[in-house]
Design a protein around this ligand. Sequence first.
Ligand SMILES: Cc1cc2nc3c(=O)[nH]c(=O)nc-3n(C[C@H](O)[C@H](O)[C@H](O)COP(=O)(O)O)c2cc1C
Length: 383
Amino acid sequence: MASTRRTILKTGGAAVIIAAGAGWALTRAPKEAREPWRAAADGFGDVRLDALAYAILAPNPHNMQPWRIELKDDGLAFTIHCDLDRLLPETDPPNRQITIGFGCFLELFRQAAAEKGLLAEFDYFPDGEPWPTLDERPIAHVRLLEGARVPRDPLFGEVLNRRTNRAPFDESRTIESSALDAINAASVSGIDAGATTDLVLVEELRALAVDAWTAEWSNAATRRESIEVTRIGKREINADPWGLALAGPLMEGINAVGLLTREEMDVTGSTSYEQSLEFYNKACRTAAAFAWTTTATNTRRDQLEAGRAWVRMQLAANAAGIAFHPLSQALQEFPVMAPHYEKAHQLLAGGDGRTVQMLVRLGYAKAPPPAPREALTAKLIEV
Ligand SMILES: Cc1cc2nc3c(=O)[nH]c(=O)nc-3n(C[C@H](O)[C@H](O)[C@H](O)COP(=O)(O)O)c2cc1C
């Protein structure tokens, strides 16, 4: 007899029991959307594509994957452009976070190339820095150089296991300062990294993260931007393997009974709305430590370098068994966020005009499965 798995969801005063056959539950993984993680490990038999297969696994805001890759004929170079249809104008008006995502992409490309003994040479914004927003101009020209005797990067071993972890963290565990030192040491030149387990500051940052997420979710335009790219369940995730994915039998179950739908998420006070708010806020309150980065200026180049530092610090956290969850809300540049932005800069940048590029909570939690990715071939363009 097929066994049945029961999940109890508490919603307001009521409790809903969602029952599902265990066999069914096991079939809900969006396997096709996770295929690029396996494809990277398998390789394409071409050094440039092999390294690009890792680059597309980079962390990036809302998993928008705005990469447009123009391969050059010589087999060793490419130009990377931004897909301007994959921006987040409400939550990321100056495209600062999207640019950071490109820095993460370039760093993973660099590490993957180094594995094969190739040096990746970057020419950032060869036609000038696009301001106030990104435009048609390329993000970078990239060239692989052979025979440069480039060392392998020990962080590369973590690339396929790297995850953004939005789960509540284990509140009984603290983080050793040596682990925080290792995470900060992974940053790159020009990007200052900080971290704390100080209870007073951690508590202030938890409260800031909760206030900032509440501000973002309560604001219709930013909330809708996220809802529009949210996919619920295997079918939607496999069909569009980019954007925010709510995967797994529980998500599909509560979606099927109408407790979690995109339409309802946008209705203030509905279960879907409140669950989305509370899920994230609950997670923020379990931060064991925080890490952040700052830059003296805020050029597009700084943002790319901040992205390189970002993914390196995440890989270092992974190596130490520490879960890593960016909480970017308070760093965002839309009007409703202004008081939280100011508070974040007061707390983390010492009020000396530096820009906070990254804020993450750290702690211990089981790693989630890999996030969806579009196939590398879907990201190659001809111009
Ligand atoms: C610049 C930047 C900002 C991000 N901000 C957040 C955030 O505020 N909250 C969050 O849950 N994830 C955030 N992320 C993580 C992305 O959502 C995540 O990388 C993406 O969904 C892909 O998942 P993966 O990192 O597990 O591959 C951010 C990532 C980047 C690069």
